[in-house]
Write a protein that binds this ligand. Structure first.
Ligand code: GUN
Length: 320
């Protein structure tokens, strides 16, 4: 078994630069899109389907559409009313599957009550499934044969690699077992030779497990849930959480740095909420060696990897 030296212990965690890595990936995709246009005389195209009026989904989808346009894709935003039935949504997807001028399809989750996520995801042509959520693509991922993995975990792997953080032999612990982040994240860590643990809401004595993780990924949707006691000194902590906090009294407790406290209060005054991850920022900064910020960390990578997956899907379709 390979022995690693412990990760360096430092006074305060350094920030893993999600923005830099996302910008690099987007630049690579932009070049790939230009090449695609030279070859096929038309841009690759992404169709994003959103149902209902979930405010967070609208922000995410607008961001995906804007980024795709910036990089030279053609994009379509199909905004369907909350009253859309499952049959109507299936018919919309069927049309997008059929159209030759659509390379990638993304149905933004969550869907309104009454629509079965599984049925919808299964109806997407696996060749156009840029999220990597279709069971065929999930199977390929588990078998180590995936061309494209779900965007958030794939982005986290890119971030670690491009930050020169070794995964081989290290204990990677994933907190959360969603199909979007936790499960595919664990598979990708396994493919990079990490020793992998998955924790979730039923895990007994969570801290006793997470405290041994060299790399800790948290995706549970609970603001500042992971505290100092959960983190090994010198660990790499990746915070996937994106929670809206509507009580400004907590800001002083969550951040030590006076400048950051002031920034957060200003942000709260402007919007009426602040975005907080699943990891307690001040406590994690004292224990971890590396930490992703919220916002500005993992979220940027998700969008960058969606662009990459869409370009890959378009190239594969043309090549087949
Ligand atoms: N909702 C939250 N994250 C995602 C994602 O990565 N893809 C889709 N389709 N919906 C989401």
């Amino acid at each position: 078994m390979t022995e690693h030296l412990p990760l360096k212990q430092i006074a305060a965690a350094r920030t893993l630069d999600g923005a830099r890595v996302a910008a690099e990936i987007k630049e690579e995709v932009r070049e790939g899109v230009s090449e695609f246009v030279r070859l096929y005389d038309a841009p690759p195209a992404l169709a994003v389907v959103r149902v209902g009026d979930d405010a967070a989904s609208l922000v995410y989808v607008r961001n995906k559409i804007r980024t795709s346009e910036e990089l030279g894709f053609r994009s379509e935003h199909h905004a369907l009313p909350a009253s859309t039935t499952e049959a109507e949504l299936l018919a919309s997807i069927s049309e997008l599957n059929r159209r030759d001028d659509v390379d990638g399809i993304l149905v933004q989750l969550p869907l309104p009550h009454g629509i079965d996520d599984k049925k919808i995801i299964e109806s997407i042509d696996p060749a156009k499934d840029v999220d990597g959520f279709h069971p065929l693509n999930v199977g390929r991922l588990v078998a180590g044969q995936a061309d494209a993995a779900p965007c958030t975990p794939a982005g986290i792997i890119k971030l670690l690699k491009r930050s020169n953080i070794e995964m081989r032999g290290r204990h990677a612990c994933v907190v959360g077992r969603s199909n979007i982040v936790g499960r595919p994240m664990a598979q990708l860590f396994l493919q990079h030779d990490a020793t992998v643990t998955i924790c979730h809401s039923r895990t007994i004595d969570l801290a006793s497990v997470t405290r041994h993780a060299d790399i800790l990924v948290v995706a549970i949707g609970r603001a500042a849930f992971i505290q100092g006691e959960h983190i090994k000194a010198g660990a790499v902590v990746i915070d996937v959480g994106m929670n809206q906090l509507t009580d400004s009294n907590i800001i002083d407790e969550l951040f030590d740095d006076a400048e950051e406290v002031a920034r957060r209060h200003a942000s709260f005054a402007k919007r009426g909420y602040i975005l907080i991850g699943d990891v307690h920022p001040a406590q994690a900064a004292k224990k971890a060696a590396w930490l992703t910020p919220v916002p500005g960390g993992v979220g940027l990578l998700t969008v960058a990897m969606l662009m990459r997956n869409t370009l890959h899907a378009a190239n594969r379709r043309r090549a087949s």
